[in-house]
Every structure is written in structure tokens, then in C-alpha cells.
Write a protein that binds this ligand. Structure first.
Ligand SMILES: *[C@@H]1O[C@H](CO)[C@@H](O)[C@H](O)[C@H]1NC(C)=O
Ligand SMILES: *[C@@H]1O[C@H](CO)[C@@H](O)[C@H](O)[C@H]1NC(C)=O
Ligand SMILES: *[C@@H]1O[C@H](CO)[C@@H](O)[C@H](O)[C@H]1NC(C)=O
Ligand SMILES: *[C@@H]1O[C@H](CO)[C@@H](O)[C@H](O)[C@H]1NC(C)=O
Ligand SMILES: *[C@@H]1O[C@H](CO)[C@@H](O)[C@H](O)[C@H]1NC(C)=O
Ligand SMILES: *[C@@H]1O[C@H](CO)[C@@H](O)[C@H](O)[C@H]1NC(C)=O
Length: 480
């Protein structure tokens, strides 16, 4: 995990000899201090059963970190000043004191680990020796190693989203404020959406129960005011009953929303959800530049609630989706290709936009490279759930950038997976939308409600034998 901080903060690390003294009990704590930012990053490891609630600061009830057995906490340095020594008090919690000397100022950090109240485990007490770390500004960034992403090998579904990450102070590019906070509460949820709570590891696709289990989750980015688009999707490609009758698989549909801007809309949305049970809503400002936040929260939700569903389609609320072709494609996949599937319309070599007034602007502080790794257009794509879980975990170690699909590309690169291009995913550019062409593709962007309903009707009533070969051209050209 130290590697990650080097990757994050490596450029111009002015550091700082960190002297770490007196590590108590079961806790192993390392710290890194970024003088320019006045930010101290701790990595704390501890042993079960002490697994929740790390509190730093005297009498603080603010939980700054939690996790299975390690956590990383980033705090402004002045938060550490008003701390006093702590002592181990009871068998229910462990606390300790850490002394950190920076420029002759001594900072004391008190931490507490609380054990679940009624767990009884005997633990041995160990005292770790002093630890000294020196990092230089010129130190080359350490290589990313996927084995250093905690949790990817052993899943921790309770993993929390990290505290806000500050922007880098060392760039000459303009910095626009872009919040890194990502733990927003759910306002409307359906934790039971994917059926039983069994984990994917319990299930083999070779004997998948198509009758009872959910095969595909259809996930649509939406916004409060766009009910007409949601309604169109509900009666067309998002129609769960149609899929059951015609494709013989269970699909489930959810819409992802942020907060509504007025109470009346919120009331309508709640009523809409009562009727259809397909809204997931979080309490954040729903905007274009917050779409990545929506993705992060959604990936967290999937990790917690839907690991028993093998595949996820994710797209905009103005696409046509040929669910039939997508389901067929997924059913035909060889089993060994299942867990790393990420397929859509791939964009290669997209540059980061450097002009602050542009919609797609991303500053160096958020993403330092000139080009993004390959990513798929966010209009519509399919991924496997095990991959979505890995993406969620990788997301915890990246600053979020305002471009949601490029962000997923960055995460894919982190975990060493290349997105696969499929010409059936039409982002835009296809001129004719006759049913014969629609029968050959997988998605088509964009289509507004009325046109979607009409196109869908034509599509489901199509007699494919009436189509000429000419319409095959639709898959022979790459549209971006
Ligand atoms: C923290 O709690 C102790 C004991 O209750 C008290 O003596 C001390 O003043 C408190 N410190 C602060 C900063 O509130
Ligand atoms: C704690 O984390 C280490 C990796 O740092 C891992 O090997 C170990 O299995 C974890 N223990 C538990 C109980 O999660
Ligand atoms: C520590 O001292 C160095 C050099 O004197 C200075 O550049 C740096 O900002 C100081 N750090 C803090 C936290 O005051
Ligand atoms: C232990 O905790 C769990 C959940 O926190 C609770 O349901 C259970 O009753 C507790 N058991 C005892 C013996 O207190
Ligand atoms: C994203 O949502 C948060 C929480 O509502 C808000 O503070 C922030 O300004 C939003 N960011 C953008 C770019 O809209
Ligand atoms: C780690 O990533 C490399 C590519 O960067 C890949 O070849 C390797 O299989 C990955 N290892 C694991 C355990 O995923």
C-alpha cells in the first residue's frame, strides 16, 4: 500500500524524516507526511478481531477509518496537535499513542481500535520496534503492483470509501475544485434487487440456474427530471417480463440517481419507485461532473448487494439496447472468459483536456498523464461482476476525475485488464435505424423516448428473413 502513496504523492515529495516511536499492542502504523500539503497519511494495520472504528484525536467520536485489518487515513497535520497520550483501557478496545517529529514540532497521534463488543478472542501483545522512513522528492514513483490492492485477493465487502484526497499542489495547470468525497448516503435502495445474497464464488456458470437466478443487471444512469426516459426503458429493453418470456433469463433493471433539486421532484420519484422498485438514489448533487461519483457509489453497491449476478450492462438513459444480442453473446462466452469481461465501444488514445473552461477538463492534479488508457464509451457497455468488484476496490486508490468512462479506463489499467472492442456497441454515427440493422447491433446511442418505443416495437416484431444482406454493413464499420 505504501507503493500507492508513492504513486500518488511521489512527485515533489518534500519529506521529512519520519520518526516513529512506540507502536503499541497489535498495531503497526506507518506514516507519510507531505509537507507541501500539510497532510499526513497513516497506514494502520491491526489484527482481528479489532476490525472497526479507528478514531484519531482526543475524545474524538469521529471515525476516520475502518476496514478489515488495515486502513489508510489522511489528515491535515493540525488535527494531530491537540492529542494527548492514551492508554490501553479494557479488553474491548486498544489504543495507543504515536509520536511524530517534524521540524522539531512533536505531533502526538492517539488512536483507538474498537473490537466488536461481544467477541471473545485471546490476543497476544507484541511491541514493535521503532521505524524510520526517509523518502526523497526525487525518488522515482514505484511501479503499480496489482497484488498491492488490498482486498482483491480476499474480498472485503464492508470496505469503506476513503476520506477526501487533497489535490496536488505542485502543478502549473489551473486547479478547479473537484471534491474527492465519495461516501454519500443512499436515499433509495433495493438491496434485495439481485435476489439471494449468495456470493459469486458459490455459483458456477456451467450449471447456472436460468430459471431462478438473475443473469444480467441492467443499470441506467438517469436524473430526477427524466421520468419519460425511464418510462420508455421500462416498456422496451428494460422490460424484465419481456426478457423472461422471450430470452428465458432473469434480468433486473435499476436506475442510478443523485439528489433531486426540489422536493416536489423527490416526492414524484419516491412514488415512481414505489410503483416500479427500480430506483437507486444517493444524496449528492446530480451533475455531469459528478457521474464518476455515481459510478463509484454504484460499484460499491454492486459489491455489497449483487455479487451473485454474473453480468452487468451499464448505459445512458437515451440508448437503444438489443438485450437479445447481449444475452446471447454472454451465454456463448467460454467460461474462462467470463470473469474478466469488459466490452463496449473502445476509445484509444483519448487526450486529457487541458483547457479549464471545457466540459471535459481534467487537471494534472487529478490525473497527470497526457492521454487516458483505452476505455469504453459510457453510452453502453457490459462487464462481468467479478471485474466490477475489482474496479470498486481499485477505485479506492485513485483520485476520481470528472470523466466517468475515462475513469473506468484508468481503473482497468490498474488491474491489468484491457477493454474489448465490439462493433455492435454503436456510440453514435449510425444513420439508419431500421429494425434489420437494430437486430444486428447491441446498443445504439442516442434515442429519445418516442423513437425508442417505436424502434423497439419494430424490432420485436421483425421477421428477420425479410432483411437483406445489405444491412450487414452495420457491423463492418467502426463508429465512434
Ligand atoms: C477528554 O476526556 C477527558 C476525560 O473525560 C477529559 O479530562 C479531557 O478534558 C477531554 N479532552 C477534551 C479535549 O475534551
Ligand atoms: C489481514 O491483511 C493481510 C494482508 O495485509 C492478509 O494477508 C490477512 O489475511 C488479513 N487478515 C484478515 C483476517 O483479514
Ligand atoms: C520543515 O522545514 C523545511 C525547511 O526548513 C520547510 O521547507 C518545510 O516547509 C517545513 N515543514 C513544516 C511542516 O513546517
Ligand atoms: C453479539 O452481537 C450480536 C450483534 O452485534 C448480537 O446479535 C448478539 O446478541 C450478541 N451476543 C451477545 C452474547 O451479546
Ligand atoms: C458533487 O456532489 C457533491 C455533493 O452533493 C457536491 O458538493 C459537489 O459540488 C458536486 N460536484 C459537482 C462537480 O457537481
Ligand atoms: C497483474 O498485472 C499484470 C499486468 O499488469 C498481469 O500480467 C498479472 O496477471 C496481474 N496479476 C494478478 C494476480 O492479477
Amino acid at each position: 500500500m505504501g507503493n500507492i502513496f508513492l504513486t500518488f504523492f511521489s512527485r515533489r515529495w518534500t519529506l521529512a524524516i519520519i520518526v516513529c516511536l512506540a507502536v503499541f499492542f497489535l498495531v503497526d502504523m506507518t506514516t507519510r507526511y507531505n509537507a507541501r500539503m500539510g497532510i499526513l497519511t497513516y497506514k494502520i494495520k491491526w489484527e482481528p478481531p479489532f476490525k472497526h472504528h479507528i478514531r484519531i484525536g482526543e475524545n474524538s467520536s469521529e471515525t476516520v477509518g475502518e476496514g478489515m485489518n488495515q486502513s489508510t487515513i489522511t489528515l491535515p497535520i493540525d488535527k494531530t496537535r491537540q492529542t494527548t497520550p492514551g492508554t490501553a483501557t479494557s479488553s474491548q478496545s486498544q489504543q495507543g499513542l504515536k509520536k511524530l517529529e517534524l521540524n522539531k514540532t512533536v505531533h502526538l497521534i492517539r488512536y483507538e481500535l474498537h473490537k466488536p463488543v461481544n467477541q471473545t478472542t485471546t490476543t497476544t501483545t507484541t511491541t514493535k520496534t521503532a521505524l524510520e522512513t526517509v523518502a526523497k522528492e526525487t525518488a522515482p514513483p514505484k511501479k503499480w503492483e496489482n497484488s498491492t490492492i488490498p482486498g482483491i485477493k480476499s474480498m472485503d465487502t464492508d470496505l469503506s470509501l476513503p476520506p477526501p484526497v487533497p489535490v496536488r499542489a505542485d502543478s502549473k495547470e489551473p486547479i478547479l475544485h473537484y471534491s474527492q468525497k465519495r461516501d454519500y448516503p443512499l436515499l433509495i435502495s433495493h438491496d434485495e434487487k439481485c435476489g439471494s445474497s449468495k456470493k459469486l464464488s458459490d455459483m458456477k456458470l456451467s450449471n447456472f440456474d436460468y430459471e431462478n437466478d438473475v443473469f444480467l443487471l441492467l443499470v441506467v444512469k438517469s436524473a430526477c427530471a427524466l421520468k419519460s426516459r425511464r418510462d420508455a426503458i421500462r416498456v422496451t429493453w428494460g422490460n424484465e417480463d419481456w426478457a423472461k418470456e422471450n430470452l428465458h433469463v432473469n434480468v433486473r433493471r435499476v436506475f442510478l440517481l443523485g439528489a433531486c433539486q426540489d422536493e416536489k421532484l423527490q416526492g414524484t420519484l419516491i412514488a415512481e419507485d414505489r410503483k416500479y422498485n427500480d430506483i437507486l438514489q444517493w444524496d449528492f448533487f446530480d451533475s455531469f461532473r459528478n457521474l464518476t461519483l455515481k459510478d463509484c457509489l454504484f460499484l460499491q453497491w454492486i459489491t455489497r448487494n449483487c455479487q451473485n449476478v454474473p453480468y452487468i450492462f451499464k448505459g445512458d438513459d437515451d440508448v437503444f439496447v438489443n438485450v437479445k444480442n447481449i444475452v446471447q453473446h454472454l451465454k456463448d462466452l467460454p467460461l474462462e472468459k467470463r470473469s474478466e469481461l469488459f466490452v463496449g465501444s473502445v476509445l484509444n488514445g483519448s487526450p486529457r483536456i487541458l483547457i479549464p473552461s471545457w466540459k471535459y477538463y481534467v487537471s494534472y492534479n487529478l490525473y497527470p498523464d497526457k492521454f487516458y488508457p483505452p476505455y469504453v464509451s459510457g453510452g453502453g457497455f457490459v462487464m462481468s461482476t467479478p471485474l466490477a468488484v475489482k474496479l470498486f476496490q481499485a477505485s479506492l486508490f485513485r483520485r476520481i476525475i470528472p470523466i466517468d468512462d475515462a475513469f473506468l479506463g484508468i481503473l482497468l489499467k490498474m488491474i491489468g485488464v484491457a477493454p474489448k472492442n465490439d462493433r455492435g456497441f454503436k456510440s453514435w454515427g449510425m444513420k439508419k435505424t431500421d429494425p434489420c440493422r437494430m437486430a444486428k447491433i447491441k446498443t445504439f446511442h442516442k434515442m429519445l423516448p418516442e423513437q425508442l418505443i417505436k424502434t423497439w416495437k419494430d424490432f420485436i416484431h421483425l421477421d428477420i428473413s425479410t432483411c437483406s444482406d445489405e444491412t450487414n454493413d452495420v457491423l463492418n464499420t467502426q463508429h465512434k
